[in-house]
Design a protein around this ligand. Sequence first.
Ligand SMILES: Nc1ncnc2c1ncn2[C@@H]1O[C@H](COP(=O)(O)OP(=O)(O)OP(=O)(O)O)[C@@H](O)[C@H]1O
Length: 328
Amino acid sequence: MGIIDVNHLSKQYFIAKRQEGMWGAVRSLFHREYITKTAVEDVSFSIEAGEMVGYIGPNGAGKSTTIKMLTGILVPSAGDVTVGGLVPYRERQKNARQIGVVFGQRSQLWWDLPTIESFELLKQVYAISDQQYRKNMDTFTEILRLDEFYQTPVRQLSLGQRMRADIAASLLHDPAILFLDEPTIGLDVVAKERMRTFIQEMNQERGITVILTTHDMADIERLCKRMILIDQGRVMYDGGLSKIRDRFGKSRILIVDLEKDTQLQVQGAELIRSEGNRKWLRFNREEITAAQLIQQVSIQADIQDLSLEEPEIDSIIRQMYEEGLSVG
Ligand SMILES: Nc1ncnc2c1ncn2[C@@H]1O[C@H](COP(=O)(O)OP(=O)(O)OP(=O)(O)O)[C@@H](O)[C@H]1O
């Protein structure tokens, strides 16, 4: 048993069908027709305490619906879910004590209050002891520099500041599990990196189990050993990043700096970019080795420098979606 166990979980939404015209509207007062939309279908996974897992998929894949069932907001249509031994929708309050949730798109803080007052309110809501509150506030303030905007109303915070405040707020009551939904969305490079470092520290030092939903593959590459990929409500892949890279990331890019600009004629590779003496050659490592390619180039020109690039995980995933491939 993991800290989170999901077994054959499904969720259907029933959407009221609109009837045409006035008579249709009247008729639907008495007789409503519904369309069924399956958002999550037969999803199973288990997450161990202390893991950090990326839960990813394209828009509408069913990520938020899954997270809402894990947090107890939604009741599953079928299947089982337990979080820290609790059934979330049955014990929503108790579950709330053991989880923290951050939605990148909207704040959970009180919009009009100075930021510090939101923290004080949360202290009351969760009945956090003075000692625990002080300890956490000191730590979070030091790492996230919350004191820069203690007195600023949440509505006036920059996005980066708001995210720092939100993640600190979600951890105030020392939850064992943290759900992060797009925690770096819209942040600049520096703020993204700062957020990632903080998440990593909380996972490593406090052993918090983290489930991270993101469209930013750099978040996953930087933070998660494991990812669960879903599409159209179903799990397409559950495992390490390296396995996906091995299976789908067959292309490599050889970058060569030639002594002088030369028109290369290479077999088994495609020239995808050329900037003066520097050339980018894409090849399939199952068809030709880097050594064979370098040999071909070196016959035609003097190589001054070279490097090999691995494909980025997001280009691999895009390819998986485009080709509709499923990994066992
Ligand atoms: N309240 C709802 N009523 C009806 N259908 C819904 C509702 N919420 C979501 N859906 C539908 O269920 C499917 C899954 O949606 P969900 O929000 O879980 O996807 P997601 O993976 O979180 O997408 P995104 O990355 O865009 O946030 C979508 O087709 C969506 O339109």
